[in-house]
Design a protein around this ligand. Structure first.
Ligand SMILES: Cc1cc2nc3c(=O)[nH]c(=O)nc-3n(C[C@H](O)[C@H](O)[C@H](O)COP(=O)(O)O)c2cc1C
Length: 364
């Protein structure tokens, strides 16, 4: 019998298979978007409306999927977006992603609320890990965490700025999802109906926010992050010697101000449509931001990428590099590390054939 991983031929397949295996609460935490989810639909509609023009009779037999990012060659023009609590998809998910990053030399975004300590992830990722920082409360914890990431050897810090308050995602709220994890009667029934997931999590131990088990590193996921300002950014710029990326930019003036503030790159993103429901589609904002900041300033992109063709569309719209989010977690939930590898290969093959069909040999 074929394993579930062998049935992944698209990101939709991964999502469908994951939906069967995951408790509803976990599926909705990963899949859910803000509010009534119009923002997610708007972005997908914008992606689907974009076309790529076929070009013919050019020799495209030798194709290269690599891309340059901060002076290193990533073997793919896409990496792994930072996501909190990845191990909810399956035990060991953070390290599956880290091994993938090491093998393809692509960035692995390590969330502030990762379910594996940041020191362990960068070790397994062979250095290809970027630390994602949330500011919260008075910011003291965030600066401590940035220092800790620096000591652990992180060279790139990604400050996420689109969560001044945690977005309301009704599907997640209905299930009573919260971190640290708590199990009431409702969750008990949900877990009992998904025994495969529940038994594997039971064997591995309850997933938790692994960067907060030591003194002075506390994090309340629901705490306001609203006190971050341009001054916070400038203090972060002063203390962070490596690359500083600001993630969650959708406005041209903000993009220009960030460039002026000395950040090394901006990431156009609506947090996977998980924050402001009424935000513009990131894929529509991307070309406007690219033309404002000029062709040489690094611009990254995430949100709503579901295929290799989408990656090519984002590159055409101005992205130097892109990131996949929830689809990777669905692949892991569906088929473990094999599932993740299969979906990664699917994305790679989709991109490779899209390049050939549009008469190109690389994304550069
Ligand atoms: C389950 C989940 C958790 C996330 N956690 C974080 C996080 O901790 N920090 C962050 O900057 N972005 C987080 N994101 C947003 C991703 O980094 C990224 O912006 C988004 O997932 C990309 O969109 P996509 O899922 O449609 O590919 C999370 C996304 C998901 C789906």
């Amino acid at each position: 019998m074929l394993s579930a991983a062998a049935h992944i031929h698209s990101s939709d397949d991964a999502r469908r298979l994951a939906k069967r295996r995951l408790p509803w609460m976990v599926f909705d935490y990963i899949d859910g978007s803000a509010g009534g989810e119009a923002g997610a639909r708007r972005n997908r509609a914008a992606f689907e409306a974009l076309t790529l023009e076929p070009r013919i009779l050019r020799d495209v037999s030798s194709r290269n999927l690599s891309a340059d990012v901060f002076g290193t060659t990533a073997q793919r023009p896409f990496g792994i977006a930072p996501m909190g609590m990845c191990n909810l998809s399956a035990p060991g998910a953070d390290l599956m992603l880290a091994r993938l990053a090491a093998e393809f030399s692509v960035p692995h975004g390590v969330s502030t609320v990762a379910s594996t300590p940041l020191e362990r992830i960068i070790e397994v990722a062979g250095g290809h890990a970027w630390f994602q920082l949330y500011f919260s409360g008075d910011g003291a914890g965030a600066f401590k965490l940035a220092t800790r990431a620096k000591v652990a050897g992180y060279k790139t810090l990604v400050m996420t700025v689109d969560v001044p308050e945690v977005g309301r995602r009704p599907r997640e709220l209905r299930h009573g999802f919260k971190m640290p994890f708590s199990i009431g009667p409702r969750q008990f029934v949900d877990f009992a109906l998904h025994p495969r997931w529940s038994l594997s999590q039971l064997a591995a131990g309850k997933p938790d926010m692994a960067n907060f088990d030591m003194d002075g590193f506390d994090f309340d996921r629901t705490e306001s992050r609203a006190r971050a300002t341009w001054d916070t950014l400038s203090r972060l710029r002063d203390m962070w010697p490596g690359n500083l990326v600001v993630k969650g930019v959708l406005n041209v003036d903000d993009a220009l101000a960030l460039k002026g503030a000395g950040v090394d790159a901006i990431q156009v993103s609506s947090h996977g449509s998980r924050q402001l429901e009424s935000a513009p589609a990131p894929i529509d904002a991307l070309p406007l931001i690219r033309s404002a900041v000029g062709k040489d300033f690094p611009v990254f992109f995430d949100t709503g990428l579901r295929s290799g063709e989408d990656v090519l569309k984002a590159v055409r719209a101005g992205a130097d590099f892109t990131f996949f989010g929830r689809s990777l977690l669905f692949a892991i939930a569906a088929g473990g590390e094999e599932g993740l590898r299969n979906l990664w290969d699917v994305f790679s093959e989709e991109l490779s054939s899209a390049l050939a069909q549009t008469g190109r040999v690389s994304v550069k």
